[in-house]
Write a protein that binds this ligand. Structure first.
Ligand code: ZN
Length: 266
């Protein structure tokens, strides 16, 4: 877990490099890597990396998108998704009938600079579906519009919480995915059970409201996807945050598959 140790909040960060982060993931078998878009120029040229992983040969797979690092100073998302890609490669049963599209670093300049905002000074997670001129947002909006995801999960960390929590939106079954995910992740880090979290009313660590302009599916999407934002306590040990995220993601996939199978049998 050296990869993780270098991002531990209690250690001093060296300079961050997208290339160094993405390179070992590109070498993993059975993943398709695609750099999306291109912005900036020369040594300052960036793209948004997408990794595709298909479990099984279903002609109509369940399409799930996982997004990390839209806030550049929250490395838990990129690290957890990198680790999750390795797990998918070694554990094919986990992704049976799924087509996963994974975007570990949605804000590459912020990731390199270790800043919440992108280098243009914008909080990219307040820019969606507002005709934003930010390249990263336009690239991701294209993905969200064209891919018809059944589910979307976004990974974040929060320095004002001592426990894990999450936001739900979209499909009515979404809270039935987040609840067991928080319960499972709660074995690794405490859960935030306050009545108010991040200024929102919350119940059992679940918030049913969202900031305007967050990365989300466009309106009137068919199918209506489930949408979850997971938040880990930023001051906790990075390795525990990563583990909690992975357990949560694993639970969401397993629960969704179970609910779909159940619905198909009614
Ligand atoms: Zn965040």
């Amino acid at each position: 877990m050296n990869h993780i140790a270098q991002f531990d909040p209690n250690q001093k960060d060296g300079p961050r490099s997208i290339e160094r982060f993405v390179e070992p993931l590109r070498a993993l078998p059975a993943l398709r890597y695609e750099p999306l878009g291109s912005f900036g120029s020369g040594s300052q040229a960036y793209c948004v990396s997408r990794f595709d992983f298909r479990g099984g040969k279903s002609s109509d797979p369940i399409r799930i998108a996982l997004f990390g690092g839209i806030h550049g100073d929250e490395p838990v998302g990129p690290l957890a998704l990198a680790e999750f890609l390795r797990i998918l490669v070694n554990e094919p049963a986990l992704s049976e009938n799924f087509h996963l599209q994974i975007y570990p670093i949605c804000n590459p300049t912020g990731f390199e600079d270790n800043t919440r905002n992108s280098r243009s000074g914008r909080d990219l997670n307040r820019e969606f579906w507002k005709n934003s001129s930010e390249a990263e947002v336009q690239i991701l909006e294209r993905e969200l519009r064209s891919s018809h995801f059944n589910g979307i999960v976004q990974l974040h960390s929060d320095d004002t919480t001592d426990g894990i929590y999450g936001f739900v939106r979209g499909h009515t079954l979404t809270e039935n995915l987040l609840r067991p995910a928080l319960r499972a992740a709660g074995q690794i880090l405490p859960r935030n059970i306050n009545a108010t979290i991040d200024g929102f009313a919350a119940r059992d660590g679940i918030i049913y409201d969202l900031y305007e302009g967050v990365l989300a599916a466009p309106a009137q999407m068919d199918p209506v996807p489930f949408e979850i934002i997971l938040e880990t306590p930023q001051k906790a040990a990075m390795e525990l945050q990563v583990q909690a995220m992975i357990v949560a993601l694993r639970t969401i996939l397993e629960e969704y598959r179970r609910l779909m199978a159940f619905a198909a049998n009614i």
